[in-house]
Design a protein around this ligand. Structure first.
Ligand SMILES: NC(=O)c1ccc[n+]([C@@H]2O[C@H](COP(=O)([O-])OP(=O)(O)OC[C@H]3O[C@@H](n4cnc5c(N)ncnc54)[C@H](OP(=O)(O)O)[C@@H]3O)[C@@H](O)[C@H]2O)c1
Length: 247
């Protein structure tokens, strides 16, 4: 491993997309910090990356909803010469479940949005001191317009999109790029039990898009790209009509 290799801190590293992204980073010779709640699972993932790619990998305990764990993550990142960040964690309970239990809706917003804000605000000062760093934030097409079937999760992603925009503006001055990937549905635990989803693609395809967009320092990309036009059309539907749609 080169002494000046990139390091990718992957937040929510057990996520299917995070794993696929980590494989790409390891394949390119990057060092990895896998951060998440299930450190036993991450230790297995780390062993796999070491075996397959001879990667240098560490595991860090991180819970988005436990801000007391965030300072230690920032301290670890500060020890890296060329740090980069991928934010992949999220939770998406069924909309109906959240309607029956509004506490679950609050927990979803807390993990996906408040948790993202808390960890990013810990990490920004570290990144500001590392010109050339890259940040990838995984958003969702669900954040582009609140739909009856998924509006709480959508709201958490809409907030995340705004957060990404503000972070991009703040870090731009420091020569650090922030890429927001608005993903459409892909195969993972999150979509495993969902019926009626259209246009589900492989997680590998979305990971490729995340990796490429980060390398090109793109600001906002859709994955797959066709979602840009689909969401353009969805956003153009007038509200009096949109509220009648069962989507
Ligand atoms: N799958 C899709 O169709 C889809 C579409 C659009 C966008 N996305 C977004 O893509 C990203 C990755 O999704 P995925 O489908 O690959 O995910 P996934 O396999 O369902 O995994 C989600 C991960 O988030 C972690 N997580 C949840 N709450 C957390 C918390 N409080 N602190 C730390 N980690 C937490 C989970 O950790 P544990 O293992 O500890 O539970 C899990 O590893 C997410 O941001 C998701 O919103 C997904």
């Amino acid at each position: 491993m080169a002494a000046d290799a990139d390091t990718w801190l992957v937040l929510g590293a057990s996520a299917a997309l995070a794993r696929a992204f980590a494989r790409r980073a390891a394949d390119k010779g990057a060092r990895l910090l896998l951060a998440g709640r299930d450190t036993a699972d991450l230790a297995d993932a780390a062993a796999d990356l070491r075996t397959r790619f001879a990667a240098d990998v560490d595991v860090i305990a991180f819970d988005a909803t436990a801000p007391e764990t965030h300072g230690a993550v920032a301290t670890r990142l500060a020890g890296e010469k060329r740090p980069n960040v991928m934010l992949a964690f999220a939770t998406m309970p069924a909309q109906r479940e959240m309607e029956h239990d509004p506490g679950l809706a609050a927990a979803t917003l807390n993990a996906n949005l408040a948790g993202a804000a808390a960890i990013l605000l810990h990490l920004l000062p570290v990144l500001e001191s590392r010109r050339g760093a890259r940040v990838v934030i995984v958003g969702s097409v669900a954040g582009d317009r609140g739909r009856r079937r998924n509006y709480v999760y959508g709201a958490s992603k809409a907030g995340l999109h705004a957060l990404a925009s503000g972070c991009r503006s703040r870090l731009h001055r420091a020569g650090v790029s922030v890429t927001l990937v608005k993903a459409g549905p892909f195969d993972s635990a999150m979509t495993f039990t969902r019926t009626g989803l259209r246009g589900v693609v492989t997680v590998e395809r979305v990971a490729d898009d995340c990796w490429r967009a980060a390398q090109r320092r793109r600001s906002v990309v859709y994955s797959p790209a066709a979602w840009r036009w689909i969401m353009w059309a969805v956003k153009a539907i007038p509200e009096p009509l949109f509220k009648r749609l069962d989507i």
